[in-house]
Design a protein around this ligand. Sequence first.
Ligand code: ARG
Length: 292
Amino acid sequence: TLNSATADRSAGTEAGVNPPRIAMPRHYLMCRPEHFTVAYRINPWMDPAVPTDTSLAVRQWQTLYDTYRELGHEVQLIDQIDGLPDMVYTANGGFVIGNVAYGAKFTHPQRQPEGPAFMDWFRANGYDVVEPQNVNEGEGDFLLVGSRILAGTGFRSATDSHREIGELFDREVVSLTLVNPNFYHLDTAISVLDPLTDDAGANIAYLPSAFDADSRATLERLYPEAIIVSEQDGSVLGLNSISDGYNVVIAARAKGFEQQLRDRGYNPIGVDLSELLLGGGGVKCCTLELRR
Ligand code: ARG
């Protein structure tokens, strides 16, 4: 009956059903978008004919920065270089575990100078930098989940970089193939909610249609309890989010995902980055995790 169905649903949201969600302090690298614009088109979100408002981009970015600070996270900044409008998407600048920073090697010539710029920052801040041999766009395509690294390919990072990063960090790497150009980086199609465990009931969320059939089967096998998001939430880059294990900063427009997160015991926090979405990036794209 209607009543028992309702009772069952609310029972699933009670504390005790979900594993405990514990917030851990994080350390991020961000880039204030002082030179943000859309000057070229390297993904379907970008249209140089649509005007951008740099000061609005900065204000929206500032709310994301302030949100992290209020949650108690440490945020370091890299200065944006004039002429590199996509530098605001720091997630693409590398992949860091401990003191080792694996550098990025960008697919498109427009972003290639960002690789050395981020490596310079890592060196100046005391990281051991490993110069990449293969094309890869950092945390855009590499996501650390428990003991493994999920690695995206299809549009940007080369599969040779998956092998390279696995050897470098001595971790299992699971390659996943993206098939929809709107979801060209892995972090637009998967959200890591709890990076510390291999499967703790919904430690990732993803959009199945962004992947080929083999990759979908792999995700179903590894993460049977994952949150499956709707096309609608995926299409506002709702999955491009940042979690500290409890608080999940997401696109404010991803209302369905927001409810799914609440049901699984997380605390979603919506922010509006509409201006940065014009470049094809959201919350996660603007955030590189420094795991010291
Ligand atoms: N305009 C940038 C590009 O196409 C956006 C990068 C978004 N970053 C991300 N981690 N998904 O490369």
